[in-house]
Design a protein around this ligand. Structure first.
Ligand SMILES: O=c1ccn([C@H]2C[C@H](O)[C@@H](CO)O2)c(=O)[nH]1
Ligand SMILES: [Zn+2]
Length: 135
């Protein structure tokens, strides 16, 4: 898959992100690679907790890490999981992407075997709630 933006190298890097997952409870490892406007890589992985709801998904790990490091403009996010095919982000992560990314930002859902599905933030959360709704 190459739509002119997607780089094959991202598949390698997102697997590196996934390798950093901490998942003693689910054993389901997720990696997220956030690409900044300057082509920097921000790595995210799911980090679980014995108090299960305190766990955080890979996508949000990457986004909060980026913000905490003063990176706020992104080209794309790439996601990989342990599922056999491309899996898509949970509802909470979709809402956080809606808040922190632009609506047309590509979200690449990938698999370890190299499949790539492209969606945008808006595709994943159509009619999503944002600060604009409070104007
Ligand atoms: O989009 C998703 C969906 C799930 N998970 C994590 C949360 C939990 O650690 C494990 C099983 O749900 O996968 C993510 O990181 N991202
Ligand atoms: Zn999530």
């Amino acid at each position: 898959m190459n739509d002119g933006i997607f780089k094959k190298e991202w598949l390698t890097e997102v697997l590196e992100a996934q390798s950093r997952a901490y998942t003693p409870y689910s054993n389901f490892n997720v990696g997220a690679l956030l690409i900044t406007e300057d082509d920097e890589y921000i790595y995210g992985a799911n980090i679980e907790n014995a108090a299960y709801p305190a766990s955080i998904c890979a996508e949000r790990t990457a986004l909060v890490s980026a913000y905490a490091n003063n990176k706020k403009k992104f080209k794309a996010i790439v996601i990989v999981t342990d599922a056999p095919g491309p899996a898509s982000p949970c509802g909470v992560c979709r809402q956080v992407m809606k808040e922190l990314c632009h609506d047309e930002m590509p979200v690449y859902l990938t698999s370890k075997t190299g499949e790539v599905i492209k969606r945008t933030v808006d595709d994943l959360l159509p009619l999503g709630f944002s600060g604009k709704d409070m104007d």
